[in-house]
Write a protein that binds this ligand. Structure first.
Ligand SMILES: Cc1cc2nc3c(=O)[nH]c(=O)nc-3n(C[C@H](O)[C@H](O)[C@H](O)COP(=O)(O)OP(=O)(O)OC[C@H]3O[C@@H](n4cnc5c(N)ncnc54)[C@H](O)[C@@H]3O)c2cc1C
Length: 419
């Protein structure tokens, strides 16, 4: 194993792998050496893709497409994407409804739904091309256990099995997710707020085709989202994210499939048709987490390690992806100008340029969640009026749609940097 890299990325999840891919177009010209360290073994090698009814999925904002195009993975990714043609937002038991349509907004789709394991496979496939392997070592399974700041670089301790290795890099990017133990070691503090809610995530089959409609439904126990997915085994499929209060979680999880579907219809109604099957159920505690420090000399905290937000608006990964492309752009410029990748002033500039987008996106998710979970009748009336105003006022709807599509804070254009 090499001991020295320009950049070591801790975590080969959706964010860490995306950052390595975003740097690849410039890697040859700039002579970059990158290591991605990932704890979880790749199940059957990077190129495996086995369709599964129960695959978890992520809604990609329309604006994220440009990021994947810049990485050179869009064409492959689009082989298994489901375009969102319409978004239907409603408030259970109230009159407020609004609908967004791709055609009205003059875009090919309002967003896309991708199964996480397909996205993972596309990114890893890119990193295992021969041109990429000259620049990127994917060290896996291996775990980083310690980071030691040194003048001008970061020392990284990792274990591959029983074997300990000492690596060093100008820059270490922590893309190690929301449960990072390294951040405690480094004394990075977080703003944390528990929502006292869990998300139950599963796939369901409606009797009728989903028609490319994504539903966002607010209920008095929390919001639910239904995302269109590829059909499988002759069944139509949608991804369900159902938010329940903590105290309801065990009861809802214990329901048998028929009872679960009945309860789902009680909350969601029949606007997507009758559900005939439900898959494996997974659940996640929901909280807002924001790292108070995201850059230090030779260190960047990225993705879920930097911010975790309520999945209500499907923005967590989209926000992280904009950060990924912005960081790649900043590092490419720094390297071209002969600046160290770990230079604090340069990293601080990256962070300063990201902070508005982070605050706006996190604030929007947090505010929407609280507004739509409130039992206050006046706020309820305000929600209804807001949704109806959106419905009848096309310019306001377009502003809302642009925000949901991630178009009001586009990622920087790496091509303008000449790569
Ligand atoms: C219910 C739910 C629904 C969501 N839906 C959406 C959506 O529709 N749209 C959207 O944009 N976002 C969505 N999100 C958010 C999205 O899932 C996250 O933003 C995304 O998964 C973050 O990816 P990550 O790579 O930062 O972290 P992770 O996916 O957690 O990856 C971290 C990686 O680091 C590795 N790792 C950890 N520690 C170490 C170590 N010490 N050494 C080596 N490797 C290590 C782990 O094995 C892991 O692979 C949703 C989230 C939830 C909970």
């Amino acid at each position: 194993m090499k001991q020295q890299y320009d950049l070591i990325i801790i975590g080969g999840g959706m964010v860490g792998a995306s950052l390595a891919c975003a740097l690849l177009p410039a890697a040859d010209q700039l002579g970059l050496s990158i290591a991605v360290v990932e704890t979880h073994p790749l199940p059957d090698g990077p190129l495996s893709y086995t369709p599964s009814y129960d695959a978890r999925a992520t809604a990609l904002a329309y604006g994220s497409r440009a990021s994947y195009q810049q990485m050179g993975v869009w064409e492959m990714l689009s082989e298994h994407l489901t375009p969102i043609q319409h978004i239907h937002v409603s408030d259970k038991g109230r009159f407020g409804v609004t609908r967004l349509h791709a055609e009205q907004e003059q875009v090919e789709a309002l967003g896309y739904v991708v199964e996480n394991h397909w996205l993972g496979r596309v990114l890893l496939d890119r990193l295992h091309h021969s041109d990429a392997m000259r620049h990127v070592d994917f060290i896996c399974p291996a775990e980083v256990t310690a980071l030691q700041p040194q003048p001008g670089h970061m020392e990284v301790t990792l274990y591959q099995g029983e074997q300990q290795h000492q690596l060093r890099a100008e820059l270490v990017v922590m893309a190690d997710g929301g449960r990072s133990s390294l951040r405690e070691q480094l004394g990075i503090h977080y703003r944390t707020e528990r929502y006292q809610q869990h998300a139950i995530v599963t796939n369901v089959s409606p009797e009728q085709p989903h028609g490319g409609i994504a539903y966002e439904r607010f209920t008095d126990t929390g919001p639910m989202a239904l995302l269109p997915l590829e059909d499988q085994g002759g069944l139509h499929r949608c991804g369900l994210v159902w938010t329940v209060a903590d105290e309801q979680l065990d009861e809802v999880l214990a329901l048998d499939d028929d009872a679960f579907i009945r309860r789902l219809h009680e909350r969601f109604g029949y606007r997507a048709g009758r559900f005939v099957r439900v898959g494996e159920r997974h659940h996640y505690p929901l909280k807002l987490m924001l790292a108070e420090e995201q850059v230090r000399a030779n260190l960047v905290v990225l993705g879920n390690a930097a911010h975790a937000l309520h999945p209500i608006a499907g923005q967590g990964y989209n926000l992280a992806l904009r950060g990924v492309v912005a960081l790649a752009g900043q590092l490419i410029t720094a390297r071209s100008e002969g600046t160290s990748l770990g230079d604090l002033a340069m990293l601080q500039q990256f962070y300063d340029e990201r902070v508005n987008d982070q605050q706006r996106t996190i604030g929007f998710s947090d505010y929407t969640m609280k507004l739509f979970s409130s039992h206050n009748p006046l706020l309820g009336l305000g929600r209804d009026i807001g949704l109806q105003l959106l419905e009848i006022c096309p310019p306001a709807k377009t502003l809302f749609a642009r925000s949901a599509m991630g178009l009001d804070s586009p990622a920087p254009d790496l091509k303008r940097k000449g790569y």
